[in-house]
Design a protein around this ligand. Structure first.
Ligand SMILES: *Cc1c(COP(=O)(O)O)cnc(C)c1O
Length: 378
């Protein structure tokens, strides 16, 4: 791809580490190279990727393509809306509540970690936010089973976080919402695990874990969600930039969108389509997680953080039984080319993020290092 003969840094690609960072996270190398090639000249337009108008036909083709691929890969129903917004998943904590609740209304929340706690805090600024299940006293090691919570009769929707990035837990079944609309923060497992979009009324995901760079947030809305937003919009309750109907009516181009991020998303979804779609992604992620949990279960040298049934395929969290070895592990693994393994400060220990862009070769290298480390320190 680099066709000129000037000297360049040797082995730029080969010197990439095995990246287990929690986000922004590793992308497939072929995607990174596709982005690199588009920087000086996007799709033969003569305009560079970061230098082209979002109003150009060239960019319109990019955003159309990204939306179509997302619809195909995630089986998004025809009457659902796809948006590319800014402000991260963190803005959606507030924006979902603001658009979906009306004055005096309440919503239910399943509290399974730091991110769902933040969603509750922001929703409380808008209306009632009932925490109907929380695992905070257990260190967020599990997710609820059916029958362990009761949905409030008067709640407008039920919000949950499908994968808990910090704690390393994940739902493996669709949580019961008692017939109420489901609102989902899928930031850290979207397009990596089974997902029935049609069973949800609103899904949001910051792109920087599984889909692309930071600065672009995928939002998927059902007709019900859009109708609720419309009622709040008509009543004058929504600031323009926090109004789903504004972004919908302008095709995510009310103001300048993250053009770069949307292009990367299109590349990532193309890569997913070329590699077996969602099913292919699920199979790869299942295999990666099985490999790493196999090592964690092999010896009590390691102590996994999450309860067995709630283990995440995306963020694997664990401690060394001898905690004093954790800093040694992090230093030595980094020296061995395994990066981003430090656990989140709220959990400590070690965390390996195995998002869509993480190849199984990286997990194989990690497991080989862990075996050798455990042997040496036992
Ligand atoms: C990373 C993350 C967030 C926060 O995303 P930002 O885009 O940084 O606001 C929210 N929810 C979950 C589940 C996450 O993993």
């Amino acid at each position: 791809m680099l066709k000129d003969s000037r000297p360049r840094p040797k082995g730029v690609s080969e010197s990439r580490i095995h990246n287990f960072g929690a986000g922004p996270a590793v992308l497939p190398l072929s995607v990174v190279e596709e982005v690199q090639a588009a920087m000086p000249n996007l799709n033969n337009s003569g305009f560079g990727l970061c230098e082209i108008s979002h109003r150009s036909a060239t960019f319109q083709a990019v955003i159309d393509s990204a939306m179509e691929r997302i619809r195909r890969v995630l089986s998004v129903p025809e009457d659902y809306t796809i948006l590319f917004l800014q402000g991260g998943a963190s803005t959606q904590f507030y924006m979902t509540a603001l658009n979906l609740m009306k004055p005096g209304e309440r919503a239910d929340f399943l509290e399974t970690g730091g991110w769902s706690k933040k969603a509750v805090v922001e929703a409380k600024r808008v209306g009632g936010a009932n925490v109907i299940w929380s695992d905070s006293e257990n260190g967020f090691r599990s997710v609820p089973n059916a029958g362990e919570y009761a949905v409030s009769e008067d709640s407008v929707y039920v919000h949950y976080t499908s994968n808990n990035t910090l704690m390393g837990t994940q739902y493996h079944d669709l949580p019961d919402s008692g017939g109420k609309p489901r609102v989902l923060d899928a930031s850290s497992d979207i397009a990596g695990v089974p997902l029935d979009v049609s069973a949800h009324d609103l899904i949001y995901a910051g792109a920087q874990k599984n889909l692309g760079p930071s600065g672009v947030t995928l939002v998927i809305l059902s007709p019900w969600a859009l109708a609720r937003a419309q009622e709040n919009s008509d009543a004058g309750r929504l600031p323009t930039m926090l109004d789903y109907t504004v972004h919908t009516s302008k095709g995510s181009m009310f103001n300048t969108p993250n053009t770069f991020g949307i292009f990367v998303l299109d590349c990532v979804f193309k890569w997913l389509e070329e590699n077996g779609g969602l099913d292919g992604s699920i199979a790869r992620n299942r295999a990666k997680a099985a490999l790493l949990y196999g090592e964690l279960d092999r010896t009590d040298f390691w102590t996994p953080h999450a309860e067995f049934e709630a283990r995440s395929w995306m963020n694997v969290t664990w401690r060394c039984a001898d905690k004093s070895l954790e800093s040694v592990f992090l230093t030595e693994s980094a020296a061995a080319g395994l990066g981003g393994l430090k656990g989140h400060r709220s959990v400590g220990g070690i965390r390996a993020s195995l998002y869509n862009g993480c190849p199984i070769e990286s997990v194989e290298a990690l497991v080989a290092f862990m075996r050798e480390f455990a042997e040496r320190h036992s």
